[in-house]
Unconditional design. Structure first.
Length: 639
């Protein structure tokens, strides 16, 4: 039944439609909620010049279609991080999806009207008045605040009320269609037991080798080759030239004068300054007296760490290594710590939070690097900054040269920037031998290359602080490789197929031979294997040791029987004994059972909503202005 429901729905995604029906009062984003969902209706006969569809007497305007399509394009562009064009939307079928969504919404509205459903204005008013955002300090409904919210969303009270009534009617209709599904206890119980059933198994593996497979004949290789042509078909390749320029490509060529170095050093001097750091041992006390007692012991020669350990602290708790003065949150502690000579222990220090004894275990003085020390680093820094400015002039020169039909190779040679010729690369970024092709901004370059064609002048890509140009020189269509060229691969595939068949046949023969009397250990000894066991396996929760086909086989066989499954390597098979089946006790009131029931009802509800929408649409007088629609589909201008 479920499958027939899905077939009836054929592609209608209920969740998308539900998104149009959900009512939202969150932060009063009324304009956002309804801008993409409303349908412009006109009570008129036939199509007007800008009417793209009709549901009964209700006509859908192309203006609404344009707005909704544009909104969807913008939404997907934000999600994917790349700008989608109108042509992209057409290729994806986005225009048809948007039109279907608008028509389905109109169908629901028409059904609501025919049923005479009416939403009470009183219920809307009461719900709005109860919203905290619409109440004053005394908890009373604030009319002024409500009107201000409407005004900020470009609505008046009448428009808002009509919109709310329409959308609540839609929501009510969707709830009637999708909710209220009651699951029989027997169904919930069966689903629960199916999901939570566990099985114990004993098993061993048998393996085959290439030596067990006879060398293929020419006829067998040809049959393998002809039976699976897709495996031996080369993808489309393209020969491309990639030219790029980024700051690092030109920086090393730029000269830096002594005056520029001196000026930059003064400008960035603080970047090359290292403040004084210290390793401080800090032991905290509840009172000054306790701190003085500890200080007296240390002054008599006892080790600071030893005293700390006696308080229950660990050495790591009292050691603050290589800290600057700014790293200490307590300024009083910081001042005292950085006033100590290396190795000295302070008097008790009363900080803002506690009293402490401090020891300066190590002092690393501040250091200001000289110009000589940072010369090489500073030169590269200046060169990169200058290169940022140089990039734009190089870009302008390259574009001028391209306009004059100058080749990439000549442009790159004159500009002194890198250029790469790739004889053949697939959309996956591999060469003919399967090795990876190295390209700058590889994903962007490949997309541009395979979206373009020979002779097309493409815009520069800007994936970083520079530019990349891509030129398609040749397109090599996808083609079936000759058998002689892929013979080694065909032979490997033939042997692999035979090994899988051989492993399956051996496993099947062992299970049939065993019947119900031969012990698993006896079978394992015949193939020189060892019996292992696993407990508590669930259908959807296999382990690394026992998963995939083995789990499927385990749950497909009755208790106390043998079964088998092919291993993932294709070279071995697993003989399995279903040693125990445990059916869990059904707990109707458990949280797990409730979650399972809710999830199942949601699936059933979505299916029922799909069926309702299709049925309503099939029974409605829906027509599309084919002239306007085809005009839109065939031209870049929107209707």
């Amino acid at each position: 039944m479920m499958q027939s429901f899905r077939n009836a729905a054929k592609g209608w995604v209920a969740k998308v439609f539900l998104g149009l029906l959900v009512l939202s009062f969150a932060v009063w984003g009324i304009g956002d909620v309804f801008s993409g969902a409303a349908v412009v209706f006109a009570r008129m006969t036939g199509f007007g010049p800008q009417d793209i569809a009709r549901v009964g007497d209700n006509v859908v305007s192309s203006e609404q279609f344009r707005r909704d399509l544009n909104d969807e394009i913008q939404r997907l562009s934000q999600q994917t991080g790349s700008t989608l064009s109108l042509e992209d939307a057409r290729r994806m079928g986005l225009d048809r999806q948007v039109l279907d969504r608008i028509i389905n919404t109109a169908v629901v509205d028409s059904k609501i009207h025919s049923l005479g459903l009416e939403i009470s204005e009183k219920s809307i008013v009461e719900e709005i008045a109860a919203l905290p955002a619409m109440q004053n300090a005394q908890g009373k409904f604030d009319v002024a605040r409500f009107r201000q919210a409407l005004q900020s969303n470009g609505m008046d009270e009448l428009t808002f009320m009509n919109t709310e009534k329409q959308n609540r009617s839609r929501r009510m209709m969707s709830e009637v269609a999708s909710e209220g599904t009651t699951l029989p206890r027997t169904l919930t119980q069966a689903l629960s037991r199916y999901r939570n059933e566990t099985r114990d198994a004993r098993y061993f593996t048998l393996a085959v080798s290439e030596a067990d497979v006879a060398a293929p004949t020419e006829a067998e290789l040809k049959k393998q080759y002809e039976a699976t042509p897709a495996a031996y078909t080369a993808p489309e390749y393209r020969s491309i030239v990639v030219m790029k320029v980024e700051p690092s490509d030109v920086a090393a060529k730029l000269e830096v004068s002594e005056a520029e170095l001196t000026e930059a050093y003064e400008k960035f001097k603080t970047d090359y300054f290292t403040p004084e750091t210290r390793t401080i041992l800090q032991l905290s006390f509840a009172s000054v007296d306790k701190a003085r007692e500890a200080k007296a012991r240390i002054d008599k020669g006892e080790d600071f760490i030893k005293v700390a350990l006696e308080t229950g602290a660990k050495e790591s708790d009292v050691t603050f290594a290589d800290r600057s003065k700014a790293d200490f949150l307590d300024s009083k502690i910081a001042d005292a710590a950085f006033a100590l000579a290396e190795g000295a222990v302070s008097e008790p220090v009363q900080g803002d939070l506690n009293t402490a004894l401090l020891k300066a275990a190590k002092v690393s003085p501040e250091h200001q690097k000289s110009l000589a020390e940072v010369r090489d680093v500073l030169v590269k820094r200046i060169q990169l900054e200058k290169a940022q400015e140089e990039i734009q002039s190089i870009y302008d020169a390259v574009e001028d040269a391209r306009a004059s039909q100058t080749s990439f190779e000549d442009i790159a040679a004159k500009a002194g920037i890198p250029v790469t010729l790739v004889p053949a690369v697939s959309a996956a970024g591999t060469a003919r031998d399967g090795s990876a092709v190295s390209l700058p901004a590889k994903a962007d370059v490949l997309k541009a290359a395979f979206d373009s064609d020979v002779g097309v002048e493409n815009d520069a890509l800007t994936p970083f602080d520079g530019y990349i140009w891509v030129d398609v020189r040749e397109v090599m269509p996808s083609a079936l490789r000759p058998l002689a060229e892929v013979e080694d691969q065909v032979k490997k595939d033939f042997i692999a197929t035979r090994m899988r068949t051989l492993a399956s046949d051996k496993a099947k023969a062992l299970v049939e031979k065993a019947g119900t009397t031969t012990k698993l250990e006896t079978l394992a000894q015949e193939v020189g294997s060892t019996v292992k066991s696993v407990a508590g396996v669930r259908r959807d929760d296999g382990s690394e040791e026992f998963d995939g086909l083995a789990v499927l086989a385990l749950f497909a066989a009755p208790e106390n029987t043998l079964t088998w499954a092919l291993e993932g390597d294709g070279k071995s098979a697993r003989i399995i004994e279903v040693s125990k089946v445990t059916t869990p006790t059904f707990e109707a009131m458990s949280s797990e059972t409730k979650a399972l029931s809710d999830a199942t009802k949601k699936i059933l509800g979505d299916d029922m909503l799909d069926v309702f929408i299709k049925s309503a649409r099939d029974s409605s007088d829906v027509s599309i202005n084919e002239t306007l629609w085809q005009n839109f589909r065939g031209n870049t201008a929107q209707p």
